[in-house]
Design a protein around this ligand. Structure first.
Ligand code: HEC
Length: 150
């Protein structure tokens, strides 16, 4: 009957002995998570940009699919900017954490503009879509200008 107690004790010891390592892993996980989300957004941006610039035939259903993905994904990256996660190959400036309210406000702008784009895209009118696609692109750029090192 003693074995479970011993095992539990060992597991507890393992947990307690590596707090620094566990934190490091969480920061790396957060970095990968937010970069993954941003890359997924960029993936959907590609075909939309090509259609807006007439480099690819306009396909209303395809455009809406990507607009809806970006609108959904826009909610996700903020969660990945956990404290002390300016690690690894990040391009995030320290200002992300120092000016957290402004950073969050810029995320909100992206969320609103991308939701609007998804709605407008359902109308199937590329001329109406174009300026709203521009507004979403500006919401990305205005944050990158302030909060990315490159
Ligand atoms: C509120 C700020 C903010 C907004 C809005 C924003 N980004 Fe970013 N983005 C960042 C930051 C900060 C990083 C750097 C993340 C890191 O490396 O830790 C980043 C990184 C990226 C990266 C590089 C990911 C990598 O693997 O290094 C891509 C691609 C990207 N963003 C695309 C977009 C697109 C597309 C939009 C708009 C639809 C957007 N971002 C909107 C702040 C933002």
């Amino acid at each position: 009957m003693r074995t479970p107690t011993v095992l539990a004790g060992m597991a507890l010891a393992a947990l307690l002995s590596t707090p620094a390592m566990a934190e490091r892993d969480q920061a790396e996980n957060a970095l990968e998570y937010r970069q993954g989300v941003f890359n997924a957004m960029a993936w959907s941006f590609g075909p939309m940009a090509a259609m807006v610039k007439n480099k690819m035939p306009y396909d209303a259903a395809l455009f809406t699919k990507h607009a809806e993905r970006v609108a959904f994904l826009a909610h996700l990256p903020l969660e990945g900017f956990i404290p002390d996660s300016r690690v690894g190959d990040t391009t995030a400036k320290q200002d992300v954490w120092d000016n957290a309210d402004d950073f969050k406000a810029k995320m909100e702008t992206m969320i609103e503009e991308s939701a609007r784009l998804a709605t407008i895209s359902k109308g199937g009118d590329l001329d109406a879509i174009r300026p709203q696609f521009g507004a979403v692109g500006n919401s990305c750029k205005s944050c990158h200008d302030d909060y990315r090192t490159e």
